[in-house]
Ligand binder design. Sequence first.
Ligand SMILES: [Zn+2]
Length: 664
Amino acid sequence: MKSLWNEKEAARCQDDLALRVYTSRLIGGDPALVLHGGGNTSVKAQAVNLFGEKEEILYVKGSGWDLATIEAPGFAPVRLGTLKRMAELETLSDSDMVKNQRAAMIDPSAPSPSVEAILHAIIPFRFVDHTHADAVVTLTNTRDGLARAQKAFGKRVLVLPYLMPGFVLARQIRQETRDVNWPSLEGIVLLNHGIFTFADDARTSYERMVELVTRAEEALAAQGAFSPRPQELSPSGPQTPMRGEDLLALARMRKAVSTCAKVPQLARINRSEKTIEYTLRPDLRDFCFKGTLTPDHVISTKPQPMLAEENPAGCVEAYAAEYQAYFERNADGGQVMLDPAPRWAVWPGKGTVAFGPNGGRLRVIEDINRHTVCGSQWSQKLGGWEPLSEKDLFALEYWELEQAKLKRSAGAPEFEGKVALVTGAASGIGRMCAQELRNRGASVCALDINPEIRSIFKGDGFFPLVCDVTSVDALNEAVARTVETFGGLDILVTNAGAFPSGREIDQIGSEDWKKGIEINLSSHQYLMKAAIPFLREGIDPAIIVIASKNVPAPGPGAGLYSAAKAGLTQLARVAALELGPKGVRVNVVHPNAVFDTAIWTDSVLKDRAEKYGLTVDEYKRNNVMKTEVTSKDVARMVCAMAGPVFGRTTGAQVPVDGGNDRVI
Ligand SMILES: [Zn+2]
């Protein structure tokens, strides 16, 4: 690897803390060094306190910050003297360590210091960098890791056996380095864990990291063990779309994992060529389930993936039973078992699958997977992948400080982990439904024939697709791509339609009639047909049909629209009867007078209002409650129908119209 130090950028840094931010970001930005919040860095500097006295401070990475994006406030300022004295103690519990580290901060509003703060404090250099570099951990996750590391790094690097991070590790390093000539050292390698480098200036400490990691990479390369690289496992270029049975198996796997985790999970498959090669290795079972690349990955991925075979539900059950046994083998009575669901699966011949409640978690798990899949194969080439023991991984997975990190995550939104598909999503009610479902945590496939759909729904958790809902093939494809993207389908909002201009029955041409029926009635059956096999594998699945007030209260001039929507409502009623026993709910919304949609331009509104002798405002509120009805009101009803409020209701037709005297 190469140093990314840039003299110009470094010159802009005003002080040591700014330089600390700069090189921390260089480290954090390289996934070969750290992933998602892994690793930590520090700088020792002086601060002037309230009384004008200078104090020696360790600015160490704060909990919850990521080195890739860290800023100055991300470094916890802890009194160096206190940390050094803590290192002299014979014993110190982890909770006392955390409490006293916090108490020693000069700013109580700063984030909690890294659990490695004491270790950073006792290394007598101003800058300390710590990473979990792939090449370094891979070299040491082998049977003869100690010898390999000593050979690769030479005498200027201290190689130490694995110890649990925190106080125990800091104390061990203090003892091991008591008589060491620090200036003769460039770094410390912790077997099965990572590497520290240090120096009195930011550049040297960072470049020592680059140099030592490069030595590890060269040691791997010399044995032909530095391939494939994690970036080669990212799916690139067009792939053949997943089909039929594979999609259903993916949806079933996701449902079984969600049931086991007791919260809905998304599932995303990685089908890159190198990933599939890995899943087909004849020796896969000999090494793939042994452990993680570096200990803190266990928090995100558990000690091992699930092996996905024929029967997904059975595989999840078997995984959960094995996890329970692992817990019972290692727990000392003080821990509460986490949910036993797998965080990723190896699906031979198909790929790897990550499970997580949202896109952010999925990305973390996927990134760790790719690095683990590579690192474990590199170690195999060095004579065998031997990561940390089950006992050590358990100690970390159930370490109170790591468990605390999980608990800090805020309450999940209502539909987190659920997957919705909304048609006619480029405008009006459909657009608002897609937005509202996403706001409440669902991952949403937004369909529309209007290509603008792509720019309307671009962000995380959206999957916009241009689709003509009158095409059976296009709908089948849209449903398949939704399942492939998010792992399943739970909420179907069948909304797309067209409101033809008012014409009396004897004025409607036969082609217009056919077209109107096709879009407002037939397309909904096509969509249901495509979606039902997947909804049956969904989590509390629901179909919500957007019909119209015209069903219970038709008006002259709307024969085509009213007949189609009445047919659609009847279709929904039959669907409720057919799908209820299969666990899928079907409910209908009858909106009326929703004017914030594309068809109701200001001039159309004005014309209509004038026709009834009303002002535009009176026309908008022309209902029993004298209130305006918006797309958002309809979207809220759709969300209610998708959620637990309607959990025991199917076949219902609910108006959202401000009250209509012909309907009431
Ligand atoms: Zn570490």
